[in-house]
Design a protein around this ligand. Structure first.
Ligand SMILES: [Zn+2]
Length: 262
C-alpha cells in the first residue's frame, strides 16, 4: 500500500503537535520524578487541572494569549514552540525517509531529542533514565529497519558512528571535564548511532561538526550579548541534538557538496 505524501505530511504534522504536547509534559515531569503518564496536567502556578479544550497544541496557548485561563499566570512560549518544533521534525522525517518504518523510528528519536533538549535547557541535565533507554530502543528500532530493508551493513555504519561521536566526546570530556558533561558523552553515543545509520562515519562527522559549530557560535554570541563568562555553562545537549538532526536530514548532500568543492 502506497500512502501519498498529501496524506502522510498532514498526518505527521498533527501527530507531531500531539507528541510535542506530550514532550512538554515529559520534560516537566521527568526531572521532578513524577509519573510521565498518569494524572492530568495542572497549572504549575495555581494547580488548576488543565481541561481538554485548554490542552489543544499551539491553539490553546494562542487563544488564551499565553496565560492560564484560571489564574492568568503566564505560560511559557516554550510550550507552543516545542509543539511546533516536534511537528516540523515529524514532517521532516516523513519527507526524508518516506512513509516507512525508518521514518517512524527517526521521528521517535527526534521526539526523544526534543524531550532531552527541553530538560537540558531548563536543568542543564541529560537524565540517564532517558538516554539509556533511548540507546537500547534506538538500536532495536534500527535493527528492525535494517532487517526489513535487507541492509544489515547499515548497522555497521551505526556502530562506527556511535564509536566516533561517543568516543570523541569521551576524550574531550576526559581532557576538559568542565566543558563536557557525562550526559553529553552518553548522548553522543546515541546521536552517533542514528547519524552513522544514515551515512556512516562521513555523515557522523557532518553532524558533529554542525553541533560544535552551532554550540560555539551561539556560545560566543551569548558571551558577547550577555557579557557572561564561559563559566555560565551553556547546556550542550540542544546543540548536539540540533547538529545531529541537520546531519541526519541533510548530511548526505552536505557531505557530497563539501567533498565536491575540492
Ligand atoms: Zn493557573
Amino acid at each position: 500500500m502506497i500512502i501519498p505524501a498529501a496524506i502522510a505530511v498532514p498526518f505527521a504534522a498533527a501527530l507531531g503537535l500531539v507528541f510535542g504536547s506530550f514532550a512538554t509534559v515529559m520534560a516537566y515531569r521527568i526531572p521532578r520524578r513524577e509519573s510521565p503518564v498518569s494524572g492530568r496536567s495542572k497549572c504549575p502556578a495555581c494547580g488548576h487541572t488543565i481541561t481538554a479544550s485548554e490542552n489543544i497544541p499551539v491553539v490553546s496557548w494562542l487563544l488564551q494569549r499565553g496565560r492560564c485561563r484560571h489564574c492568568k499566570e503566564r505560560i511559557s512560549v516554550r510550550y507552543p514552540l516545542t509543539e511546533l518544533a516536534t511537528a516540523i521534525l515529524f514532517v521532516a522525517s516523513v519527507l526524508r525517509f518516506g512513509v516507512s518504518l525508518e521514518a517512524l523510528v527517526y521521528a521517535a528519536f527526534f521526539w526523544i531529542l526534543v524531550v532531552l533538549s527541553s530538560i537540558d535547557l531548563e536543568y542543564k541535565l541529560l537524565p540517564n533514565r532517558v538516554v539509556y533507554p533511548a540507546f537500547v530502543a534506538g538500536w532495536m528500532g534500527l535493527a528492525a529497519v535494517a532487517l526489513l530493508d535487507g541492509a544489515p551493513e547499515r548497522l555497521v555504519g551505526a556502530a562506527l558512528g556511535a564509536a566516533v561521536f561517543g568516543g570523541l566526546l569521551f576524550v574531550v570530556g576526559f581532557i576538559y571535564p568542565a566543558g563536557m558533561g557525562g550526559g553529553d558523552v552518553k548522548l553522543a553515543f546515541v546521536l552517533g548511532t542514528f547519524l552513522g545509520y544514515v551515512g556512516g562515519v562521513g555523515v557522523t562527522l557532518v553532524g558533529m561538526f554542525l553541533s560544535f559549530l552551532l554550540g560555539g557560535v551561539i556560545g560566543v554570541v551569548l558571551i558577547l550579548v550577555a557579557g557572561g563568562s564561559r563559566k555560565s555553562q551553556l547546556p550542550f545537549g540542544p546543540f548536539l541534538a540540533t547538529g545531529s538532526v541537520i546531519g541526519i536530514l541533510a548530511g548526505v548532500p552536505l557531505l557530497s557538496a563539501y567533498l565536491g568543492s575540492f
